[in-house]
Design a protein around this ligand. Structure first.
Ligand code: AMP
Length: 120
């Protein structure tokens, strides 16, 4: 799947759409989900143009992947999620329920989140 420059997170990265930023550096942006599923629901994205976790882990350097996930951990700690625990989600493709085709990690916490996967 090729990268769609007009996906909503690409537009956020270009400053075309506002976001509620919780962290930013030269490679990573983290912002609050517009439709939170938990008291704390933050999305962490690389600034590079990667469609999914599959794309990111194939195309990005090991240094970039490692730095990204180190930053995800730092953000979780800075949000105070670690003490009571939290959930990290990276949806990929149709079966994963991925809606936005720019790789992102959800950080959800602030309450007990129940079952990992809902039975449909
Ligand atoms: P996913 O289903 O894993 O692709 O998740 C996409 C997430 O992006 C959903 O939780 C949406 O609520 C969230 N989202 C969509 N548009 C925005 C936006 N403009 N700002 C913040 N979060 C958004």
């Amino acid at each position: 799947m090729s990268y769609d420059d007009n996906n909503i997170f690409a537009r956020i990265l270009r400053g075309e759409i506002p976001n509620d930023t919780v962290y930013e550096d030269d490679a990573v942006l983290a912002f609050r989900d517009i439709s939170p599923q938990a008291p704390v629901h933050v999305l962490v994205i690389p600034k590079g143009a990667y469609v999914s976790l599959d794309d990111f882990t194939q195309m990005a350097s090991a240094e970039e992947v490692g730095r990204f996930f180190k930053t995800v951990g730092e953000i979780a700690r800075s949000l105070g999620l670690v003490g009571d625990g939290f959930r990290t989600i990276a949806n990929t493709g149709v079966n994963g329920g991925q809606e936005v085709p720019h790789f992102h990690v959800h950080l959800c916490g602030g309450r007990r989140l129940g079952r990992m996967i809902a039975k449909d």
